[in-house]
Design a binder for this molecule. Structure first.
Ligand code: NAD
Length: 308
């Protein structure tokens, strides 16, 4: 939910976001087509029960072909309100926990896979330096997982109190929200906003690995090629953060929950294949991930797509 200025801005955003969802489901190895809905409204001013119910009616009219959940500008409570008029909601199963925990675990698997790819199979997280921009649902959970495995953290958040509390809890360093891009670390993990990797900002990044949970990190696909040319290993965002949608798949009881951890861990194996193919072909990692996602959509299986 966002107060888009024009209908065409809203349309191009929702198409971009829904394409990412298709790619995310494809590389995440779950049998969803991928889709996204937007509500053109200011969440602070316009969010009413009537509006959420009207949106729920629209979702209901699709008879289950579209399942909605929460994202920017909406909360789990909003999805519960939407769920008063449609059964086709996901992510509100409190018993299964917050999907962000799975997003963070999938991201951790991708960070480990990136470190191993660059520094060798025996490399552990102990002593690895990771800078996290944004310590909310995903970044905060990631910080705790990394700290538990002995990583040294640099944290930044526009909510300075939140960042301060987290840094104290985990013995981490603090940095400014912009300054953190230039932190002298092994991994930079953008877990706040999209679009933060552009031609200018990437010249300031010192980390040899970028692996974060934020959606749409690249300002444009060509930035991925620039990162490759600079020798930076970039974990494509929709692969690194696919854990949330994978969790949703399990919450909807489409697969036995005891398989969830192995599924999340498997994101690291797919990422390694992306890195290998990127090195074999010279293509950027984001272009390779797109290629694999498109193959999955054509062939219907992640295994045959990453084998080729
Ligand atoms: N929650 C999930 O499971 C999930 C899944 C896939 C992708 N994502 C994506 O991950 C990103 C974070 O999601 P979240 O659920 O953790 O959101 P969140 O709102 O809980 O956390 C984001 C944090 O970033 C901070 N922030 C905002 N702008 C910042 C800036 N310029 N510099 C530093 N910090 C800043 C906010 O204060 C907040 O603490 C979003 O791009 C989201 O779309 C989330």
């Amino acid at each position: 939910m966002r107060p888009y200025k024009t209908t065409s801005a809203a349309l191009s955003d929702v198409l971009r976001l829904s394409q990412s969802m298709t790619y995310k489901c494809a590389v995440g190895g779950i049998p969803f087509g991928g889709g996204k809905a937007i509500v053109v409204a200011d969440p602070a001013r316009d969010k009413t029960t009537e509006l959420l119910h009207a949106f729920g009616d629209a979702v209901e009219s699709l008879n289950g072909r579209y399942i909605t959940s929460f994202d920017m500008g909406t909360t789990m409570d909003d999805v519960r309100t939407i769920g008063e008029v449609t059964a086709h909601v996901g992510g509100i199963d409190a018993a299964s926990g917050n999907a962000s925990a799975s997003t963070a675990q999938g991201l951790l698997a991708c960070i480990k896979a990136s470190i191993r790819y660059l520094q060798g199979a025996g490399k552990s997280l102990h002593g690895t330096r990771v800078a996290i921009q944004g310590v909310g649902n995903v970044g905060g959970r990631l910080a705790r997982l990394l700290a538990a495995q002995g990583a040294r953290l640099v944290l930044a958040d526009v909510d300075r109190q939140l960042a301060g509390r987290m840094a104290e809890e985990l013995g981490a360093e603090l940095a400014g929200s912009e300054e953190i891009l230039a932190a002298d670390v092994d991994v930079f993990s953008p877990c706040a906003l999209g679009g933060i990797l552009d031609e200018t900002s990437i010249t300031r990044i010192r980390a040899p690995i970028i692996a974060g949970g934020a959606n749409n990190q690249l300002a444009s696909p060509s930035v991925g090629k620039k990162l490759k040319d600079r020798g930076v290993l970039y974990a494509p965002d929709y692969l690194a953060n696919a854990g949330g949608i994978i969790d949703l798949h399990y919450q909807l009881n489409r697969a036995p929950r005891e398989n969830l951890q192995a599924h999340l861990h498997g994101l690291g194996d797919i990422l390694r294949r992306v890195y290998e193919r990127s090195d074999e072909t010279g293509l950027s990692t984001n272009a390779v991930a797109d290629e694999i996602a498109e193959e999955v959509v054509r062939r219907g299986s992640i295994d045959s797509a990453i084998a080729s």
